[in-house]
Design a protein around this ligand. Sequence first.
Ligand code: SF4
Length: 332
Amino acid sequence: MPRVEIPSPFHLSPGQLRRLRRRLLAWFAANGRDMPWRRSRRPYPILVSEIMLQQTQVERVEPKWRAFLKAFPSLNRLAQAPRRDVIVLWDGLGYNLRAVRLHLLAQRISRERHGRLPRTLEELRALPGVGPYTASALACFAFGVDTPVVDTNIERVLRRLFAADPSDPDAPITKRRGATLAAALLPAGRSRDWNLALMDLGAQVCAPRQPRCGACPLAAWCTARAAFAAPRRQAGSQPRSPSTPGGPRRLSRRPAVRFENSNRYYRGRIVKLLRSLAPHESVPLSQLGRRIKADFTVADRAWLGKELRKMAREGLLEVRRKNGRSHVAMPS
Ligand code: SF4
């Protein structure tokens, strides 16, 4: 019988591959997560959900997604809205730059394509601010293109399922290998359900720390299953990767910077402060430092000036002259 060449320790026959797909799709039909954007086939709501979900959890995205679509029901309406309103509505999602990029994208598509997103993977990839993952997700979920979508959940399932070293199922794999595996498994004509099924399996069963292999529809084909069927841990001990006897995999030797000391934290504080202002209000630059950092000193001025210039370039704020003094405000 001819075998399907999958670049992994496992080579599945066409029959095995059919069974594997059938098993996962049946599991998805019974266990797939219900999310409002999954009920939509309109590209714009799917685009908004994909941008919001990039760095924010599903539970936090859901109410924000509804509010955003109520305020800006179409790409053209979003394009016409003041930047300030878009950033204000982004409150609670974090990574505010995504709001600016989404707004810029809407303006461009409104201007150049009458508010209609392109339909092909190549055109979607060429859009500013749309990375390879978002382009694939849009092509698949909004336009029904048969293409793999590899997010962190899917990548984890694939690397475990076809682990090159079964004793180290969480060894990182390259993006290219993830894409190759995902493409080899993709059932033509069922890409949408298939990608969502893998995503949900990664989120609900093949969890990062403690996969529930006993409940996994793919366990029969999985290289990593034996490694995770380790002896029960003693109460109170930390779960760890099967191949890292010394503890969790070490990712970096650089000392971690506390979030409260990071530039991201202070950028968030600046946007939060500006959000709290009425549309015509601004903050004198001379007061801004103390209002976002309790121990702000003269020595912090250069750092703050650099961050403000960067944020102004990114479109997150404006620095204006008013009565001979510099003021910081939301973009108009
Ligand atoms: S058997 Fe376990 S490790 Fe393998 S895919 Fe399923 S949950 Fe993940």
